[in-house]
Design a protein around this ligand. Structure first.
Ligand code: NAD
Length: 476
């Protein structure tokens, strides 16, 4: 498949590499250079800010019905163009093609959700305090949004960022990941082809710190939406605070999985292994710390390792491949060093724990047992194809383990005991909790974390609300 031309999308214009710095886009499975990405300079960013400022009232005035029709049409275009876009996602990010196809479908569903939900940005009329006085509360679009989307879901993340802002009536400047630019442009292009007016949607690439500094410090930008690592999220929140801008921060996690001894072990293992190695573990809600009740611990560990060893790793475009490479060159040493440190600290290797030689950023599906709490991998997000296993005795110890880190994005628990399910719901500190399930995302459900995993939610009615402000109007 031919790789598409890359460009910056500013005020409806496609701006190419002429006169701009560029960087190569690399296929992580083959290390082949796919194309050259133009990087925005300060003038480009100013042009994008001016376009977003000018286009906001135009887009807002189109009203939620017309905006909804455009977003719905964009969702249909994505589905029509689906196979080519899914293949592009595998080439740029490495994930298995089957996963990329699902992601494309979800991206279309997200745009459709915001197409519909934009019509329900209801305010309210308050009961009168005195005759002749009317008090109303209205919801309005917050204004131009600066959105930063990472590489791990190169279709889903841009769809969330663009869908929420555009669905609420805001203009938007998005900086997607430089590692997967073709995917972000495919989502943006579907929206443009569906009728989003020039300037309401701008896409820029660049040096991430330069772009975020420039956009967030501009008075044009009224809200900042970021998905990525916790340290970068803290930096961007601090920048936004200088202009008192609203932020939605969807940051990392280190999801605990509590497996109690009343479950069907094989059934849980089938789900757990599929979920763990999805997208090579580069998922913010990836299950990472498996705490397993003592009496089933050894059986669970052996079953996990046996299944992990059978996963076919390779180029995601090839038939039968279930796990692709890590998404870019930086990830390989980052994941390897965490695993090596855990093994030196006493962890037992049950599977993997080595990079796969040859072209591409491949790392073997890895299972580590008896990992001490002091190991870095038990404390920092691994963001790679590695499961760490530890035994627990009773409910209280399991909860203490689950809550021991400063993160709180996703958590999972497996048990058949209804009373325990209730207590888990009350006591686990996380933004999302899967009970007997690893599926914690849906367009209509809020997706976000607590503690250092961030604040605010994407998707669901909360995702739209993040792009709205509340105004109280009193009349007499
Ligand atoms: P990184 O911290 O360099 O980058 C993470 C993302 O943030 C990238 O998309 C990058 O372009 C962007 N970014 C980095 N600095 C930025 C800045 N100053 N302004 C704006 N955007 C900026 O790390 P990486 O090696 O690309 O990814 C690894 C880490 O990132 C992982 O450990 C994981 O914690 C985190 N991550 C999280 C998610 C998520 O879904 N929450 C997604 C991707 C990466």
């Amino acid at each position: 498949m031919a790789y598409p031309e890359l460009y910056l999308l500013i005020d409806g214009q496609r701006l190419n590499h002429t006169g701009r710095r560029t960087m190569p886009v690399v296929n992580p499975a083959t290390q082949e250079v796919l194309g050259e990405l133009p990087l925005a300079n300060a003038g480009d960013l100013d042009a994008a800010l001016e376009a977003a400022r000018r286009a906001w009232p135009v887009w807002r005035a189109m009203g939620p019905q017309q905006r909804g029709r455009i977003l719905r049409r964009a969702a249909d275009l994505l589905r029509e163009r689906g196979e080519a876009i899914a293949r592009l996602a595998t080439m740029e990010e490495g994930k298995a093609l089957a996963e990329a196809r699902v992601e494309l479908t979800v991206a279309a569903d997200i745009l459709e959700w915001y197409a519909e939900e934009g019509r329900r940005a209801y305010g309210r009329v308050l009961p009168q305090r005195m005759a002749g006085v009317r008090m109303t509360v209205v919801k309005e679009p917050v204004g131009p949004v600066a959105a930063f989307a990472p590489w791990n879901f190169p279709l889903g993340n841009p769809a969330r960022k663009l869908g929420s802002a555009l669905g609420a009536g805001c203009s938007v400047i998005m900086k997607p990941a430089e590692e997967a630019p073709g995917c972000a442009l495919a989502i943006a292009q579907a929206l443009v082809d569906a009728g989003v007016p020039a300037g309401a949607l701008n896409v820029v690439f660049g040096v991430p710190a330069e772009v975020s500094q420039h956009l967030i410090s501009s008075p044009v930008i009224r809200a900042v939406h970021f998905t990525g690592s916790i340290p970068v999220g803290k930096q961007l929140t601090a920048l936004a605070a200088q202009g008192m801008k609203r932020t939605t921060m969807e940051l990392g996690g280190h999801a605990p999985v509590l497996v109690f001894d009343d479950v069907d072990v094989d059934a849980v293992l089938d789900q757990a292994v599929a979920s763990k190695f999805r997208n090579s573990g580069q998922v913010c809600v990836s299950p990472t710390r498996f705490y397993v009740q003592e009496s089933i611990y050894e059986r669970f560990a052996a079953g996990f390792a046996a299944r992990a060893r059978h996963i076919k790793v390779g180029n995601g475009l090839e038939d039968g491949v279930r796990m692709g490479p890590l998404a870019h060159a930086r990830r390989l040493p980052a994941v390897a060093s965490m695993i090596d440190e855990a093994v030196q600290g006493g962890a037992r290797v049950l599977a993997g724990a080595e990079a796969i030689a040859g072209k591409g950023y491949f790392y073997a599906p890895t299972v580590l047992a008896d990992v001490p709490d002091t190991a870095r991998i038990m404390n920092d997000e691994p963001f790679g194809p590695v499961a760490v296993l530890s035994p627990f005795r009773d409910f209280d110890e399991a909860i203490a383990n689950a809550n021991r880190l400063p993160y709180g994005l996703a958590a999972y628990a497996f048990t058949q005991n209804a009373r325990r399910v209730n207590l888990l719901g009350e006591q686990i500190e996380s933004g999302m909790l899967g009970i007997n399930s690893f599926t914690v995302a849906a367009p209509e459900a809020p997706f976000g974390g607590v503690k250092e995993s961030g604040h605010g939610s994407e998707e669901g009615i909360e995702g739209l609300d993040a792009c709205l402000v509340t105004k109280f109007i009193t009349e007499s």
